[in-house]
Design a protein. Structure first.
Length: 139
């Protein structure tokens, strides 16, 4: 009992039906399997730079992307990265007092004193970005 209701089955395929009315077909052609690695292509540095464009303020210190303050996520990332550097033996950028023995507290103190030479890159969905020194965001 063959049914022609299924439009996906071509007429030259060997189609049979079992006792419950389920269509069974034999595959006449095997499609080649392509791995994702074969699809990925090499991307040049010029293509990446073309898709990313830096926004530069026309005058003074203007934050064009995002809020004018350092967000809590950016602060956490900066303090965490600096605390890791300090715990691995990097020299502190401020005079260390006796009460600053924790690398996280010392990193927060350096951030508050605006001595960290770090910029935050804020990226828009269209690829435009702005590199903002953290001193602009701490004012």
């Amino acid at each position: 009992m063959e049914s022609n209701n299924n439009k996906d089955i071509e007429s030259n395929d060997n189609v049979t039906s079992d006792s419950k009315g389920v269509l069974i077909t034999e595959v006449s052609e095997v499609t080649e399997y392509v791995t994702p690695q074969e699809i990925v292509r090499e991307v040049s540095k010029d293509e990446i730079e073309e898709s990313m464009r830096e926004l530069k303020p026309r005058e003074g210190k203007a934050v064009l992307v995002g809020p004018n303050k350092l967000t809590r996520f950016e602060k956490a990332r900066i303090v965490g990265a600096r605390a890791l550097q300090l715990s691995l033996g990097a020299p502190p950028l401020v005079v260390v007092s006796d009460n600053l023995i924790d690398s996280i507290k010392l990193a927060e103190y350096e951030l508050d004193k605006k001595v960290l030479p770090i910029s935050v890159r804020r990226v828009l969905p269209d690829g435009k970005y702005q590199n903002i020194p953290i001193t602009w965001l701490l004012d």
